[in-house]
Design a protein around this ligand. Structure first.
Ligand code: UD1
Length: 427
């Protein structure tokens, strides 16, 4: 069992380089299946969700070569097997992108129901609605999702809820379908634009990604490409908050400041100073942090994946803050752990009221999901004394070299292994 051990109280100072975006990479890697030739993907983050995606591709018959630490050449021409078994799929939510990609290329896919962070009910009805609209037959049997189609025909797809996953899967399935597909009420996150840009770089015809209507004209062939994944907006936001929580001064490099605007706006309201450059932001604090109200929403709203981190920062601000969760049913499960560190937070359903106490104390805590784990790291960095975080495999699903990056900024954080203790796998 691995733990992070943090001695809090040090200001983060210096520069940090942000990795490629997890939520873009886990869609782009399966999307390579759609190509008729090999592709080179750059700026791929070194995280366990990526390792799982690459392993699934390899197990299906693709040739996967690592060209350097963040660049992979993937040749999908050897794929013979259109099945993603339970053992692989259960380890991450994004395994559902293999459904759309395999359906789009081979007109059939069999993928175990996906795992991922336990954030409440996570249905895939909108993904299946999109596949069905394109002419596929979808069944769920013994935990496996089966989708098959004799032919895929472009169609009108209206998503009943704004869903990142369903939007991306609809794009993947439609990109080689016959004729025009129109996705309405589409999600607008930067990773959706990135997936569309990647597919367009292979010869796809996708317009409107980043708006709520996406139009896809199916093409018969997708050629090779070399493409770099966008920077991770959530990793960048996490470092911005870690800098603010420790009252530090950090230059966060390899970011797209435009993608950070929903986070930047809220942090400025809390009293954090932010200076934007072309592909970096400087974050520092030289005054008091103050209360605010936040509601998470689909992009361009405040991202739900930053909610645990900003709630932690508000524990260190003056006054009473309110945070409403607008996406997931169970995104406040980490609050019990923050209370162990002295936080004064009450939760009623999807609303948390935070009484800023200005300080946190180190304690032994457990990461219950990926972003909860990031929040506990921030809490540990800002707290007095020692914080020990268990179940850090959640954090390693989505943050590349977290402890090394923090150490470089002056944090006292180490990863310790405790051999012989078995742990439950990420679900
Ligand atoms: C993605 C992100 C996740 C982020 C979330 C919201 C990936 C791999 N994960 O998850 O980090 O927290 O977007 O920004 O990119 N819903 C349905 N039916 C569906 C699909 C979704 O009702 O078929 C609901 C969900 O229960 C949720 C909401 O729609 O309440 C948004 O979910 P969605 O955007 O699909 O999240 P994911 O793609 O799973």
């Amino acid at each position: 069992m691995d733990k992070f051990i943090i001695k809090g109280g040090r200001k983060l100072m210096g520069e940090v380089e942000i990795s490629g975006a997890k939520n873009a990479a886990v869609a782009i890697l399966p999307a390579v299946i759609l190509a008729d030739e090999p592709c080179v993907i750059e700026n791929v983050p070194n995280i366990s969700d990526v390792s799982i995606s690459l392993r699934i591709l390899y197990e299906m018959g693709a040739q996967v070569d690592m060209l350097n630490e963040t660049t992979y050449r993937i040749d999908p021409r050897g794929i013979l097997n259109c099945c993603v078994p339970y053992e692989s799929a259960r380890q991450m939510r994004a395994s559902y992108y293999f459904l759309g990609a395999l359906l789009g290329k081979y007109h059939r896919a069999r993928v175990s129901m996906p795992g991922g962070c336990p954030l409440g009910d996570r249905p895939i009805d909108q993904h299946l609605k999109a596949f069905t609209a394109l002419g596929a037959k979808c069944t769920i049997d013994h935990g496996m999702v089966d989708v098959t189609a004799d032919r895929l025909r472009g169609s009108q797809i209206y998503l009943d809820v704004v869903s990142v996953g369903a939007t991306m899967n609809a794009i993947l399935a439609a990109v080689r379908a016959e004729g025009l597909t129109v996705i309405e009420n589409a999600a607008k996150e930067p990773h959706i634009v990135d997936l569309a840009n990647f597919l367009n770089s292979m010869g796809a015809d996708i317009m409107g990604a980043g708006t709520d209507v996406i139009k896809i004209r199916g093409v018969g062939h997708l050629h090779s490409t070399t493409y770099a994944v966008i920077p991770d907006q959530i990793e960048a936001g996490t470092f911005m908050i870690a800098a603010a929580a420790t009252k530090g001064d950090v230059l966060i490099k390899n970011v797209t400041p435009k993608h950070l605007e929903p986070i930047t706006n809220k942090l400025e309201k809390i009293g954090v100073n932010i200076e934007e450059f072309d592909d970096s932001v400087r974050v520092w604090v030289d005054g008091p942090l103050v209360k605010t109200s936040i509601q998470t929403m689909p992009h361009p709203g405040f991202p739900t994946d930053m909610q645990p981190q900003i709630t932690t920062l508000l524990c260190l601000a003056e006054g009473t803050s309110i945070v409403k969760e607008g996406v997931w049913e169970q995104r406040f499960r980490y609050v019990d752990e923050l209370r162990r560190m002295g936080a004064d937070i009450s939760v009623d359903g999807k609303v948390a009221v935070i009484e800023g106490t200005g300080k946190l104390m180190g304690a032994p805590v457990k990461a219950c999901d990926l972003r909860a784990g990031a929040a506990l790291i921030i809490a540990g960095l800002a707290a007095t004394g020692v914080t020990e975080i268990e179940d850090i495999y959640h954090i390693e699903r989505g943050y590349a070299c977290m402890e090394q990056k923090l150490q470089k900024l002056g944090a006292d954080i180490v990863k310790k292994s405790f051999p012989g203790v078995s742990v439950k796998k990420a679900m």
